[in-house]
Write a new protein. Structure first.
Length: 192
């Protein structure tokens, strides 16, 4: 009989599933979608490959769970930070800063997640998750009163994506955030 590492079997299963997802997220963040395989995740989590298959029947299901968890954590963090900020511009600033903080920690979906690297069953869900991730930013842009909320939200997110690339290449996070915010503010002023 396998060793149970928790007070109950149910808790043991939750712990194992969480360990598998954490390992998959780590691989996704550091090596990309192609690195998330049952064998690699098993090695990273310290479990047998057969254990990974007990929780996720395919590589696609494993990758989908990692992507879902990554987006959920980032969305929760961004929503909380934005909710604490005051006026719309302060909320946009909070979103930009927190997105860069998450990216600097190799967390979050701000790194290049190429849809072509994902199994087809993940692509539609990633698009939905991306929309959820943008919701606090979109609302703040809308509340600011710009003429084209969709365009401006996309451009602000584009600036964040470019800033993430700079941080990934070693640029200081605080310096990058300050420059990005200046750039975003100029664009917001022009859009008003």
């Amino acid at each position: 009989m396998p060793r149970i590492d928790a007070p109950t079997v149910a808790e043991h299963h939750v712990m194992r599933r969480d360990a598998i997802i954490a390992a998959a997220r780590d691989l996704l963040g550091t090596a990309g979608a192609s690195a998330v395989t049952p064998a690699a995740v098993a090695g990273r989590s310290g479990l047998a490959r057969t254990s990974v298959y007990q929780y996720f029947p395919s590589t696609g299901a494993l990758l989908a769970a990692a992507v879902e968890a990554t987006f959920a954590e980032s969305s929760d963090s961004l929503a909380a930070v934005v909710a604490q900020a005051g006026d719309p511009r302060a909320r946009i600033h909070a979103y930009v800063r927190d997105a860069l903080r998450l990216a600097a920690q190799d967390h979050g979906p701000f790194h290049q997640l190429t849809l072509s690297d994902l199994p087809p069953e993940c692509v539609a869900r990633v698009r939905e998750l991306h929309d959820e991730l943008l919701a606090p930013l979109r609302t703040a842009v809308e509340d600011l009163g710009v003429r084209d909320t969709t365009l401006v939200t996309g451009l602000v997110f584009g600036a964040i994506s470019a800033a993430v690339q700079l941080v990934d290449h070693g640029r200081d996070v605080a310096e990058t955030a300050a420059g990005t915010l200046s750039f975003v503010d100029a664009g917001l002023d022009a859009a008003l």
